[in-house]
Design a protein around this ligand. Structure first.
Ligand code: AMP
Ligand code: MG
Length: 276
């Protein structure tokens, strides 16, 4: 089953996250049962990325947003797994530096957009400027409220330049977040991930949900759609993301470039070399 049309946010649609089940896992019953499909999509992504890299005509931008512990890092690892790292970069956006803050909010984003032939994964993104900035009133409303249309214009510039944009909102429940915080606390190999802000941010859960809903409604466009990925099950999250990616990459209709050399001539040179 293709999940894209269930999970996409149609442009302008009002999203009520409480009506979406973060534990949804479609027709796939378990991680084991999903594995063959997952492998199939990963193989497809790998082949399509190879063509993209060779063709150098298209690029792919993956945007990841989600509350703390939603699985943004996990999706980065998963997507990278399917790709040749040479054609792919992951960029995490943190609190802006003083220099970044002295510019418009897209200034620090643009240099990281993918060049033709390449894929970029944004672990957080320009959307923080309608999320954390709004929730914590880091800018006044007249400033952040303009960002929606500025983001749409920016993304339209990118899509006109042959960048395919896929935006994934990783949606987990409040209980699942707490369960993941507990795992971090109990597992020494994950303790480094814990931050004070995990718990202070959790207190703003409802404000974040409202901010996410507005982001999804106002910035899901035909060319740069948002997908709400039910992410309580990590295996389903990875399956849905890789399926949507592989379908979108297929639609890019990429072609292997023609050789830049005269193959008949090269073959002659090869046979000559072989005899020497
Ligand atoms: P992490 O992704 O867990 O390493 O955390 C990065 C932190 O940077 C998060 O708390 C984000 O909310 C914060 N952050 C990212 N972009 C911005 C921004 N534009 N303004 C303020 N904080 C931001
Ligand atoms: Mg974090």
């Amino acid at each position: 089953m293709s999940y894209a049309k269930d999970l996409i946010v149609p442009p302008g649609k009002k999203v009520k996250l409480k009506d979406i089940d973060p534990g949804y896992h479609g027709t796939h019953e378990s991680s084991d049962k999903a594995l063959p499909d997952l492998q199939h999509y990963m193989e497809k992504i790998k082949a399509l990325q190879y063509t993209m890299y060779a063709e150098r005509g298209h690029s792919l931008l993956i945007v990841l947003q989600g509350i703390d512990a939603a699985g943004k890092d996990g999706v980065c690892r998963h997507v990278i797994d399917a790709m040749n790292p040479q054609g792919c970069s992951v960029v995490g956006f943190k609190q802006p530096s003083a220099e970044e803050q002295a510019h418009d909010f897209l200034w620090r984003i643009h240099p990281h957009t993918p060049a033709r032939g390449r894929t970029a994964i944004f672990n957080r993104s320009h959307y923080e400027d309608v999320l954390v900035v709004r929730v914590h009133k880091l800018a006044p409303e007249p400033v952040w409220s303009k960002h929606y249309e500025q983001i749409n214009a920016f993304e339209s510039l990118l899509t006109h330049n042959n960048t395919t944009i896929l935006k994934f909102f990783l949606y987990i429940s409040k209980d699942e977040q707490l369960a993941r915080f507990k795992q971090r606390l109990d597992d020494p190999s994950r303790q480094w991930k814990i931050s004070e802000s995990d718990y202070t941010e959790r207190a703003y859960w409802d404000d974040y949900i409202s901010a996410y809903e507005d982001m999804l409604e106002r910035c899901s466009t035909e060319k740069a759609p948002w997908y709400v990925i039910p992410s309580n099950h990590k295996w389903f999250r990875n399956l849905a993301v890789s399926q949507i990616m592989s379908e979108a990459m297929e639609k890019m209709d990429m072609k292997m470039p023609k050789p830049t050399v005269d193959l008949a001539h090269i073959r002659k040179a090869y046979h000559k070399a072989e005899k020497e």
